[in-house]
Design a protein around this ligand. Structure first.
Ligand code: PMP
Length: 276
């Protein structure tokens, strides 16, 4: 049984009902977060709370993030889960009429779920490389994900785990993750900007790399630098660090196996996840 919380009330998922006039449904007018619960601990809680605050600010929605996390704590307890994928969605709520502009009096909709999930290291995978067809405010974790959805599905149809995206040859991120490469002993990832989501895993990986004395370069990455790298990997709260061993178009990356430097980072991340 999956439990959820709708506007602060715990209920079974099948009992939850949202108005078809909800602006999340009509316009994709909302933001979200995905978090990992590992060994009973909500990982990187403060970082996720800060990003949710930023996303809400980005769409001018005033909701208490503390109250949302209190509700999440209650949901986790009710679910009885110690390893779970946690989802938070906040939309502008349901208005009487469908108008693009913000309604004046409206209650936001806050929807949370906790579903069984074990975060762990995944097997090396392939990715497709495609133009970034999404909007230009990707630093807001918006529920308007049609571009990401189409790109993720295209990857799946090509038997690939991800779609790595670029604008005019410059790597942005992937359809559901951030992109990193290791080359000549340097860890590289595109800089934070409106073109990408400020990934929590990206942040943690950069912190770990710094703690391990690895050189870091957050300057722009061109698409042809991917195939010249020793290791390419993508990061997210649910996938952790996923090595990409071949891209299409492009071909095999490095020796087709993740480098020892990647394995070190992967081990450090797994340790952080389980012993934070
Ligand atoms: N970029 C996109 C487009 C994503 O959907 C995600 C996953 N939410 C990420 C990056 C990675 O973010 P995080 O590490 O916070 O899960």
């Amino acid at each position: 049984m999956t439990w959820c919380a709708l506007n602060g009330t715990l209920m079974r998922l099948e009992e939850a009902a949202i108005s078809p006039m909800d602006r999340g449904f009509l316009f994709g007018d909302g933001v979200y977060e995905v978090l990992a619960l590992v060994d009973g601990v909500l990982r990187a809680r403060d970082l996720h709370a800060a990003r949710l605050t930023q996303s809400l600010r980005g769409i001018q929605l005033d909701v208490s993030v503390d109250a949302i996390f209190d509700s999440m704590d209650a949901l986790i307890e009710r679910s009885g889960l110690s390893d779970a994928k946690l989802y938070i969605q906040v939309t502008r709520g349901a208005a009487p009429t469908r108008e693009h502009v913000f309604p004046t009096t409206i209650e936001p909709t806050v929807f949370l779920t906790a579903s069984p999930f074990t975060a762990g290291a995944l097997t090396p995978s392939r990715a497709i490389v495609r133009p970034d067809i999404r909007w230009h405010r990707n630093s807001i974790k918006s529920v308007s994900l049609l571009g990401n959805v189409l790109l993720a599905e295209e990857a799946r149809q090509h038997g690939a785990a991800e779609a790595i995206l670029h604008r005019d040859g410059e790597v942005t991120e992937a359809s559901t993750s951030n992109v990193f490469l290791l080359a000549a002993g340097v860890l590289r990832t595109p800089p934070l900007s409106d073109a990408i989501l400020p990934g929590i895993t990206r942040h943690l990986v950069l912190e770990l790399a710094e703690a391990h004395g690895l050189a870091i370069d957050e300057s722009p990455v061109m698409i042809d630098e991917l195939t010249a790298a020793e290791t390419v990997f993508v990061t997210s709260s649910t996938r952790g660090l996923l090595p990409i061993v071949a891209i299409e178009p492009g071909g095999v990356i490095g020796d087709g196996i993740p480098s020892p430097q990647f394995e070190n980072l992967q081990n450090a991340y797994q340790a952080l996840l389980h012993h934070q």
